[in-house]
Design a protein around this ligand. Structure first.
Ligand SMILES: *Cc1c(COP(=O)(O)O)cnc(C)c1O
Length: 373
């Protein structure tokens, strides 16, 4: 048997990535200043329909800087979903604040606006919304609760570049948004991230904190303790090439999403990702849920079967409130039933721009055949 291995994710670097990186090397601008850094800042802010886009080392430090710039610190609480990548909650701990975990909505898989109010205390300062698996959160409802309670809204848009909520792009729907350019994200520089925002004062603080706290008007004078969270001109060279094709990359991901959805639509026990009427998703990793009673096999059995047939998958995120660093965190008495259910049933299938129709067919046929066994 010599079947080709299908990984769960793979970056697409077939445009000007190599050319621009070679250009950056030849120019000797390899650190965090240079023409590609400036170009990326302009083009990415434009793409997100925002005033400022500040490149940073990765998506995790983008969240750290966002919380620092908002002045969140020790004794504060930040509401976050539990069904997300660990970075979302880690960033809250970095500033000395405590995450408060709220369940997701079964229709969006993003934080449930109806469950926010009960989680708010006098210590609550912000809500981090995660546009999970490329689907935007219900921002109008979330912003409404935030406004009434005087909370800042941070969008963790790491998985949702170019997704739209009621026709508006994610990244411009809260006070600050963060993106990740890790290798499995929609556009990538290997490691990388960005803080995106419209408020000039907050942008000024993000920039200072990103660059060791140096005063922009007085070189080597440091009024505050900052960090070295900058991104290199080399990484920005890759990102400039990726931006040229971002719309196309998302278009191909939408095609893949549509093919999977069609081929998996009537397999008993296989559930698909719901899409709200107001959402235009930017598919990240294609999602299915397995109802073991109806499917005849557990999620784990299906994942093993796919791997035996050389198809890599990954399970949904483990609920953060069940992990050792966050087990003692506050949760509401009703618990987080939707999060627990999705986390135990969900599988991500291979999703990347060069995945072919034949490969999608091979994967979905394996899922269909295994159901009958
Ligand atoms: C990828 C990701 C991040 C940031 O990850 P980095 O690896 O630090 O770039 C943050 N939040 C979510 C939801 C993510 O998926």
């Amino acid at each position: 048997m010599n079947t080709e291995f299908i990984p769960v994710s793979m970056p697409d670097l077939t445009g000007n990535e190599e050319k621009y990186v070679v250009d950056a090397i030849r120019s000797t601008w390899i650190s965090s200043t240079g023409p590609y850094v400036e170009r990326f800042e302009q083009e990415f802010s434009h793409m997100c329909n925002a005033e400022y886009a500040i490149p940073v080392s990765n998506g995790t430090v983008a969240l750290h800087l966002a919380l620092l710039a908002l002045g969140i610190g020790s004794g504060d609480e930040v509401i976050v979903p539990s069904l997300t990548y660990i970075a979302t909650a880690n960033a809250v701990r970095y500033v000395g604040a405590e995450p408060v975990f709220v369940d997701v909505d079964k229709n969006t898989w993003c934080i449930d606006p109806l469950k926010l109010e009960n989680a708010i205390t006098p210590q609550t300062k912000a809500i981090i919304v995660v546009h999970l698996y490329g689907h935007p959160a219900d921002m109008d409802s979330i912003n409404h609760v935030a406004r009434i309670n005087g909370l800042a809204v941070v969008e963790d848009a790491a998985e949702a570049l170019l997704a739209k909520y009621k026709g508006r792009l994610v990244g411009s729907l809260g006070r600050i948004a963060t993106f990740s350019f890790y290798g499995n994200k929609v556009i990538s520089s290997g490691e990388g991230g960005a803080v995106v925002l419209n408020d000039p004062d907050l942008a000024y603080r993000v920039r200072i904190l990103r660059g060791q706290g140096m005063d922009p008007d007085r070189r080597y004078y440091f009024p505050v303790t900052g960090y070295n969270y900058r991104l290199t001109n080399l990484a920005c060279a890759m990102l400039c090439a990726q931006l040229e094709r971002a719309e196309d990359l998302v278009y191909r991901r939408r095609k893949i999403f549509a093919s999977y959805s069609e081929l998996l639509s009537n397999i008993s026990g296989v559930g698909l990702q719901p899409i709200a009427a107001w959402a235009e998703i930017s598919p990240w990793l294609y999602c299915i849920t397995i109802d073991a009673a109806k499917y005849g096999h557990t999620r784990e059995e299906l994942m093993s079967y796919l791997l035996e047939n050389r198809v890599e998958t990954r399970p949904f995120f483990i609920p953060l409130h069940t992990l050792p660093p966050f087990r003692d965190c506050i949760i509401l008495p009703e618990g987080l039933p939707i999060t627990l259910m999705l986390s135990s049933q969900g599988i991500n299938l291979p999703t990347y721009p060069s995945l072919s129709e034949n490969q999608i067919f091979r994967i979905t046929e394996l899922i269909r055949m295994f159901q009958k066994q």
